[in-house]
Design a protein around this ligand. Structure first.
Ligand code: A3P
Length: 288
């Protein structure tokens, strides 16, 4: 597929044509959000697949049936992707939905709704590394080139869903502060049970101690890596070639240290710091 056919430009953001069309984006724009809807919003490579595993289990009290029988993209569909219409219109509440959209591109009905949002972010250096490997294995994305070339694209926002800094800033919006929960990938790695309990409280659900154990164990990286409904092994090799890099690749914090040179790290950090200047929030990795 030629580069120009691989992406469509949606309000300045690059979206892969494999899963996005003008119709799917129109569907997202006019989607009727219900108050009981739960969104997990992420910039790509921040833990979306992980949330597709977690959300149904927190909402249903720990019943593993859906995560063993439904592929993640149908279990918790992306609002902006082509499969959303097939799944969401007939799904009983509470609907769990993922999205990579920035705040300002959410459906009109979202802003007036009471739908809850869990916004997951991750150290952008680890996102860049994860995305670099993802571009190598996904034939529907451009070849990433060298790591140095890819970092320049990442920093200028010439990657899926634009700049990380724009995405993160867009979702720090006081208009929805009473219905959004911010969590980091790093917190999830460090204390999954603690984060799951936080999700349950936020969503008004109860997880018994046994259910919490079961869900935490099922949502471990190693367990998800073996779950065919979540590890993308159902996708044909021509589209995702896991021999080049598995989708569930390492699942760790700080892999950037194995990829960035000191010069790349300094440039990356300086640009991100400058773009985040004036933001009132801080991340644990800012202090590194
Ligand atoms: P790595 O490439 O660093 O391993 P997304 O789902 O948003 O595309 O993000 C993919 C990243 O989340 C990958 O990171 C993947 O391994 C990681 N991930 C998915 N499930 C995980 C889990 N249970 N524990 C830790 N990391 C997980």
């Amino acid at each position: 597929m030629a580069t120009s056919d691989k992406y469509l430009n949606y309000h300045g953001l690059l979206l892969p044509t494999l899963a996005h069309t003008e119709e799917s984006l129109q569907y997202a724009r006019t989607f009727q959000v219900q108050d009981g809807d739960v969104f997990a919003v992420t910039y790509p490579k921040s833990g979306t697949t992980w949330m597709q595993e977690i959300l149904p289990l927190v909402l249903n009290g720990g019943d593993l049936a859906p995560v063993h029988s439904i592929p993640n993209w149908d279990r918790v569909p992306w609002l902006e992707e082509t499969r959303a219409a097939l799944i969401l219109d007939s799904q009983p509440p509470p609907r769990a939905i993922v999205s990579h959209l920035p705040y300002w591109l959410m459906p009109q009905s979202f802003y007036q709704s009471k739908a809850k949002v869990i916004y997951v972010t991750r150290n952008p250096k680890d996102i860049a590394v994860s995305s670099f490997h993802f571009h190598k294995m996904a034939s529907f994305l451009d070849d990433p080139g060298t790591f140095d070339e890819f970092l320049e694209k990442f920093l200028s926002g010439q990657v899926l869903f634009g700049k990380w800094t724009d995405h993160v800033k867009s979702w720090r919006n006081p208009d929805i502060e009473d219905r959004i929960l911010y969590v980091t990938y790093e917190e999830m790695v460090q204390d999954l049970k603690g984060v799951l309990s936080q999700f349950a409280r936020f969503l008004g659900r109860e997880l018994t101690p046994e259910a919490l154990e079961k869900v935490a164990s099922h949502c471990q990286f190693s367990s998800m890596k073996n779950n065919a409904m979540s590890n993308y092994s159902l996708v044909p090799q021509e589209i995702m070639d896991s021999s080049k890099s598995p989708f569930l690749r390492k699942g760790i914090v700080g892999d950037w240290r194995n990829h960035f040179s000191p010069e790349q790290e300094a440039r990356f950090s300086a640009i991100v710091r400058e773009e985040m200047k004036g933001s009132s929030f801080q991340f644990s990795w800012d202090k590194e």
